[in-house]
Write a protein that binds this ligand. Structure first.
Ligand SMILES: [Zn+2]
Length: 141
């Protein structure tokens, strides 16, 4: 399974990155040339298989592997957006509120619009409350 996993997953990740690159290109009308970041190596993906299958039993191991698979595909697209917005002069990040109304802080950050210079300062990897599903948005110049 360790050998086949990257063979199956990498083309899907490539497609997700292609989609993100095309979408990023259509978001703006500058001459900026969209670039796709490198995908993880087959070896890195095989480490994830070993982690999932050795960390759980037959049921939880597959669940862990499924979670890793979903995150890998999502990350291929997200990394393409962030990679390009980080490279393009004038691109900005914002916080996209996807909450349930139980948090006041995330809507306040989101209301500021795309004013952040980096994905990190927009809270890319930060959960401000339990079950925070907020994401970042990108605005091209
Ligand atoms: Zn939130």
């Amino acid at each position: 399974m360790q050998e086949e996993y990257p063979v199956l997953l990498l083309p899907v990740m490539e497609t997700a990155s292609d989609w993100a690159a095309l979408t990023y290109e259509e978001m703006g009308d500058s001459d900026y040339e969209v670039e796709k970041p490198k995908l993880p190596t087959a070896g890195a993906l095989q480490i994830s298989v070993r982690w999932a299958l050795s960390g759980g039993n037959s049921e939880t191991g597959l669940s862990m592997l499924l979670g890793n698979t979903q995150r890998s595909v999502y990350s291929a697209a997200r990394d393409t957006f962030v990679h390009n917005a980080s490279r393009e002069q004038g691109a900005r990040f914002g916080r996209e509120y996807n909450g349930d109304g139980k948090c006041d802080f995330c809507p306040m950050l989101a209301s500021r619009g795309a004013v952040y210079l980096t994905a990190e300062s927009a809270g890319e990897s930060t959960q401000f409350h339990d079950n925070c599903h907020c994401t970042i948005s990108i605005e091209r110049p």
